[in-house]
Design a protein. Structure first.
Length: 185
């Protein structure tokens, strides 16, 4: 009989049965493997969510930092403008004094000191980026100029500045003080 068994064809088993583990231990290992694969997929998804959240928070922080730096720069400009505005009245007084100097004062030492003080003050303002606003002969611009009078003029065309009563100043695009002007009608 043993010869007969050897000569008979083996029974063919379907592929599904071959893929399934033959013993109980293999089924348990397969279930553990499936559970671990599901856990790995879950952890990978969670890692992706954390990474995306971290990137969003980093971008938000960088935007916050830029906004704070921009706000601080604007605050510094405002503070500088307020301080410089106070010194502009001193500059105006110095310019009036220089324009109305007494006769023979050029040869006196004290007058040379007054001119030196004015040059130093002007140098400090220039180093801070302060520029005088051009006005005389220019077309009136309400952003740069403040009209104190409108006068009839035959020498200057309408809408142009006839004379500057008080100089205007700016730092870059920021107006510290508009020029006080007389405008032709």
């Amino acid at each position: 009989m043993t010869e007969h068994k050897k000569r008979t064809k083996p029974v063919e088993t379907p592929i599904e049965e071959m893929a399934a583990p033959a013993e109980g231990v293999d089924i348990q290992e397969s279930q553990e493997l499936t559970a671990l694969q599901e856990e790995l997929a879950s952890v990978q998804e969670q890692c992706k969510e954390f990474s995306e959240g971290w990137q969003r928070e980093r971008a938000d922080f960088l935007n916050y930092r830029k906004r704070i730096e921009r706000d601080q720069a604007q605050l510094n400009q405002v503070i500088s403008s307020n301080i410089i505005r106070k010194y502009l009245s001193v500059t105006d007084d110095m310019e009036r004094a220089l324009a109305n100097r007494p006769q023979g004062a050029e040869s006196q030492e004290w007058w040379n000191g007054v001119e030196l003080i004015y040059r130093k003050l002007s140098g400090i303002l220039e180093s801070e980026g302060v520029q005088a606003i051009p006005a005389e002969g220019e077309v009136f611009d309400p952003v740069l100029h403040e009209a104190i009078t409108h006068e009839d003029s035959t020498d200057v065309e309408s809408g142009k500045v006839i004379a500057v009563v008080q100089k205007g100043y700016r730092i870059g695009d920021r107006i510290i003080r508009p020029a006080l002007v007389r405008v032709a009608r």
